[in-house]
Design a protein around this ligand. Structure first.
Ligand SMILES: *Cc1c(COP(=O)(O)O)cnc(C)c1O
Length: 481
């Protein structure tokens, strides 16, 4: 092992601390040593002894009997996964910071299978030579959307980048000023365009853009016209946008490809689930879009991916861009997306089989039933001064779908009863943040949201109460101020 480290051992031995060797030979660590091996145990013992040494130097005391437990705890921390399952009780169904879509069971199985063994990812079994990675997905996307061709890359941001870089490097791309979107802070359309090499030509105004504005923009001899779905905001009031059909016709007259970044991009009519209409990929292509880009892990409910669907000559050019290779999918996500898309051939089953759609279509009484059980459990456990109630609330789809629409939902609402004075308000605010932290400190962290003087746990994404109910006893309630 590391010489410097071993040489440091002797000075790490003030009175009261054993040597690394003696510590790891403790009988109580024998099983652990078998399980994780000597190197891992030595690292943990070193770290524990170093902590002990510092504590002694700082005038503290150590409990020699506690060292073994500390070593076991260090090993547990070193071997635990950093990525932890959480309960999404935020009310945002497609939550980017919480990993977006929970995958359909069929996709999880397909992914596990592809993970364990070699697969014909890019191998043509009938010809016995190199095949095409897109072949697994293209036929399904074509069948679902009515596109002629399709390719799939790492995410939708990559899809947009690739379309622009392939078709519009060093050339003009008109975009309506009402559609220069920023999504999640790191996807800002003007920045992406610049990095892709395209020259942004701003068209119209923030609230109103007319066909004649695009007609004028044709004088810049654009490489393509881009329409971005204004997915996380709505321009309301005195507004005008050019209908896709008209814009598509104008583009066709000038032989300029018309590309639409749909973002969420659903391939089914969400009205079937009682949700407001969201433009589908099919409709957009039928309106005359030459290429459509959309995410795999938003409304589609699959793994992170970016789909580019449309004209075959354009898709062929995109495939030849070296960036396509840099943005390609690995076998796990090809497997997961393939399995997710396969579920769309059984449309009546989607509200069961695709968790994202299941959460969005979930009947209110189901959500309320879970909220009531959780509320009852919290009521029993809550110290005085915390008021627990079942309350109506609104969930949102998240990740930019249907921005102006909210989904009625049911939450458990916790309110601190710490007085109404200015001091009381500040104390209540602190208590709310402490309570939110306590829920996040549970073995399976529960993430809620603070608003309107309360802590809210939206039950839309909690299918059964047990994962939270069984852990309420572990909650470390904040002490009243
Ligand atoms: C979400 C979104 C993107 C980015 O997609 P990712 O899959 O997150 O990379 C791009 N454009 C629009 C309109 C979006 O809604």
């Amino acid at each position: 092992m590391n010489k410097a480290k071993s040489a440091a051992d002797p000075i790490a031995l003030p009175a009261g601390l054993p040597s690394v060797d003696r510590l790891i030979k403790d009988n109580r660590l024998a099983d652990l040593s078998d399980r994780v091996g000597r190197i891992c145990l030595v690292e943990a013992a070193r770290a524990v002894l170093e902590e002990g040494r510092r504590s002694l130097l700082a005038g503290g005391r150590i409990d020699p009997d506690g060292l073994v437990d500390r070593v076991a705890a260090h090993v547990a921390a070193a071997t635990a996964s950093s990525l932890r399952p959480v309960l999404n009780l935020t009310g945002t169904v497609i939550h980017t910071n919480l990993g977006r879509a929970s995958l359909p069971e069929a996709a999880v199985e397909a992914m596990a299978q592809a993970a364990r063994q070699p697969v014909d990812l890019e191998y043509d079994l009938s010809a016995g030579r190199r095949g095409n990675r897109d072949s697994h997905l293209e036929a399904r996307i074509v069948a679902l959307t009515g596109a002629v061709a399709a390719t799939v890359v790492n995410n939708n941001a990559a899809a947009v980048m690739l379309v622009l870089n392939t078709l519009a490097n060093r050339r003009a791309v008109p975009v309506s000023r009402g559609e220069l979107v920023e999504i999640g802070g790191s996807f800002r359309l003007p920045d992406i365009m610049r990095r892709a090499g395209a020259r942004l030509v701003e068209v119209g105004t923030t609230n109103r853009t007319h066909l004649r504005d695009f007609e004028e923009a044709m004088e810049t001899r654009p490489a393509l016209v881009l329409k971005a779905h204004t997915s996380n905001y709505a321009v309301v009031g005195f507004t005008e946008a050019v209908p896709e059909k008209e814009l598509a016709a104008l583009c066709r007259r000038h032989a300029v490809p018309f590309c639409v970044d749909l973002g969420s991009g659903t391939v089914i009519d969400l009205e079937r689930f009682g949700l407001p209409h969201e433009p589908t990929v099919q409709e957009t292509l039928a309106s005359g879009a030459d290429l459509v880009t959309f995410s795999g892990d938003k409304l589609l409910g699959g793994p992170q991916a970016g789909v580019i669907a449309g004209r075959s000559d354009l898709v062929a050019r995109i495939r030849k861009n070296p960036m396509h290779r840099a943005f390609r999918l690995d076998k796990l996500r090809v497997a997961a997306l393939d399995a997710t898309l396969a579920l769309y051939s059984q449309p009546e089953k989607l509200a069961e089989t695709v968790p994202t759609l299941r959460a969005l279509a979930r009947p209110l009484p189901d959500i309320r039933a879970v909220a009531e059980r959780i509320a009852a459990g919290l009521e029993r456990a809550a110290p005085d001064r915390w008021h627990v109630a079942v309350a109506d609330c609104y969930s949102q789809i998240g990740s930019g779908a249907l921005p102006a629409e909210a989904l009625p939902s049911v939450a458990v609402r916790l309110t601190p009863q710490f007085g109404r004075s200015k001091m009381g308000k500040r104390a209540a605010g602190r208590a709310l943040r402490d309570l939110a932290a306590a829920f996040r400190a549970l073995p399976v962290p529960a993430v809620g949201r603070i608003g309107e003087g309360a802590f809210w746990l939206d039950m839309r994404c909690l299918e059964t109460p047990e994962p939270l109910l069984d852990r309420i006893g572990d909650l470390d309630w904040p002490a009243p101020p």
